[in-house]
Write a protein of this length. Structure first.
Length: 337
């Protein structure tokens, strides 16, 4: 008996169809999912989370996954999908390009623009969902990569594809700490593939750390006065774990906490020097920059400048002598929004 075409976006019935729709929506962004299978024949989706990555192993019959302008207007999409076709054939269309996707080939999907992935037969597919912000700069150039099937017989893809296949089998067996590290390594691998395809693989290596550290520093500068600026909040804003955030700063000569503390003290010093004897009080300036305890502020200030804040205010300091945001060696200071 033949199977009818089922549109998964038509309601959220309990069981396999609704589970598949919810899974794709959660891992990528809201999509239209059509599967040619009876509900009883659909397996449950196999999802594994590895740090900030999501891995979905799909084994199903003919299906179609698409994202329309209406979907995008409702939810732009903050994640990128890397699809590895393991069996069966598919046709991918995005950004005015169409490509046949064969077993052993990988492709990028960008939910910010419409696409259609038409699986024309029974297939096995591994989908890796990556936060756009974690991927960094290559994510802004994906329009040059979408709609292109990347074969796995050479270059970075020849290393990435078996790595992803092995990763999907072992991801649910590793500890959370190992998962965080593997997520970072996977993003490095994917970014390296993107750089190779964009012709940028001969440029000086950057890597996840080189992309994320400036982003974290910029976030700290923009939110320096927020009383709830913590490593936990910063990590969540960048889709990484707190442990991975701390590892990013191991080569920076400081920690995230010390960086926040020093920058707050520096801004307090700048304001106190500019205001001289004029109100507000030292305590008010400290509170403005996130210090709750006058004693803590005084110790922190003296630790940076060698004198208590009240003495600093009385003697003042030339505006040009005040240090700015702490930057990595060799980096140029970027404008802070």
């Amino acid at each position: 008996m033949g199977h009818v075409l089922r549109d998964m976006t038509a309601g959220r019935a309990n069981g396999a169809p609704g589970l598949w729709q919810d899974t794709f929506d959660g891992l990528i962004a809201p999509v239209r999912l059509v599967m040619r299978a009876a509900a009883a024949d659909l397996p449950s989706p196999v999802v594994t989370h590895l740090g900030y990555l999501g891995l979905l192993l799909v084994e199903a019959g003919p299906s179609q996954l698409s994202r329309t302008p209406r979907h995008i207007a409702r939810s732009p999409g903050e994640r990128i999908a890397v699809v590895l076709q393991q069996s069966g054939t598919a046709l991918l269309t995005q950004d005015g390009r169409s490509t046949a996707l064969e077993p052993g080939e990988v492709v990028f999907l960008d939910p910010r623009r419409p696409f259609t992935l038409d699986q024309r037969e029974a297939h096995r597919m591994l989908l890796v969902s990556v936060p756009r912000q974690a991927l960094g700069d290559p994510a802004d150039h994906l329009c040059r990569l979408t709609g292109r099937a990347v074969p796995g017989h050479g270059g970075v893809a020849a290393l990435l594809i078996p790595f992803l296949e092995r990763l999907s089998l072992l991801a649910d067996r590793v500890t959370p700490d190992t998962g965080d590290l593997l997520a970072g390594n996977t993003v490095e691998f994917i970014a390296l593939l993107a750089d190779e395809l964009l012709g940028r693989d001969q440029e000086p290596p950057g890597g996840t750390r080189a992309r994320l550290v400036p982003s974290v520093r910029g976030y700290i500068e923009r939110h320096l006065a927020d009383t709830d600026l913590t490593p936990e909040r910063i990590a969540a804003a960048h889709y990484i774990s707190v442990r991975y955030l701390h590892r990013l700063f191991e080569g920076e000569g400081t920690t995230v906490g010390r960086l926040i503390l020093r920058r707050r003290v520096e801004e307090c010093a700048r304001e106190l020097a500019r205001r001289g004897r004029v109100s507000p009080t030292v305590s008010a300036v400290a509170r403005r920059w996130g210090f709750h305890s006058p004693a803590h502020f005084s110790r922190a200030f003296k630790g940076v400048f060698g004198v208590p804040p009240r003495q600093w205010r009385l003697t003042g300091a030339p505006e040009g002598n005040l240090p700015g945001p702490e930057l990595p060696r060799g980096a140029r200071r970027a404008a802070v929004n």
